[in-house]
Design a protein around this ligand. Structure first.
Ligand SMILES: [Zn+2]
Length: 177
């Protein structure tokens, strides 16, 4: 903290107390060079994160909304609440750490989709089909096929592929009704 009298950077705190309303700490400092005294205030940076929706409308970042959407997609799937909550906390931190105060809703949606793809194909299919609101199931299947091709190297014919096929069967059954 630069001394306002001599611009020295060295000072010591001689007194520290909560300021009015308890939202900041008032510190009395003494410059080590010129011995002048000055006051600093320290407060939590109020950083509200806004979500930019389609059409440019902004609304506050609402973690409970994202969690609710994920819980719905993960219904009856072996995914703990902890996994969902940790993911949303990480998501919020990643956005804040890059210094942005706004984030496109589409970025949040894509990050959720990628996460679900990683952890559970059924949840992924449910979320992606609602979120991307595909015109028909074929469009969705095409995209999913491309994605599987991309990931094909890693997936091979393991458990993951099986559950994806299962998820596709579910969504086909759903559209028949
Ligand atoms: Zn000074």
């Amino acid at each position: 903290m630069k001394c306002p009298f001599c611009t020295s950077l060295e000072s010591k705190v001689i007194d520290s107390r909560l300021a009015k309303e308890d939202t900041s700490i008032r510190r009395r400092r003494e410059c080590l060079s010129c011995k002048s005294r000055f006051t600093t205030y320290e407060r939590v940076e109020e950083m509200e994160l806004l979500v930019i929706k389609k059409g440019g409308v902004r609304e506050p970042f609402d973690r409970s909304k994202i969690i609710a959407g994920m819980i719905k997609a993960c219904e009856k799937r072996p995914i703990s609440m902890e996994v969902i909550e940790n993911f949303v906390s990480d998501l919020e931190r990643v956005i804040q750490e890059r210094g942005d105060r706004e984030v496109e809703s589409s970025e949040i949606g894509e990050r959720v989709i990628n996460k679900l793809y990683e952890i559970d194909e059924v949840a992924y299919v449910r979320f992606a089909s609602v979120y991307r609101s595909f015109k028909d199931v074929n469009q969705f299947l095409n995209e999913l096929t491309d994605l599987l091709k991309e990931k094909g190297e890693q997936i091979k014919l393991g458990r993951k592929t099986d559950s994806t096929i299962h998820a596709l069967t579910l969504i086909k059954d759903k559209t028949k009704k």
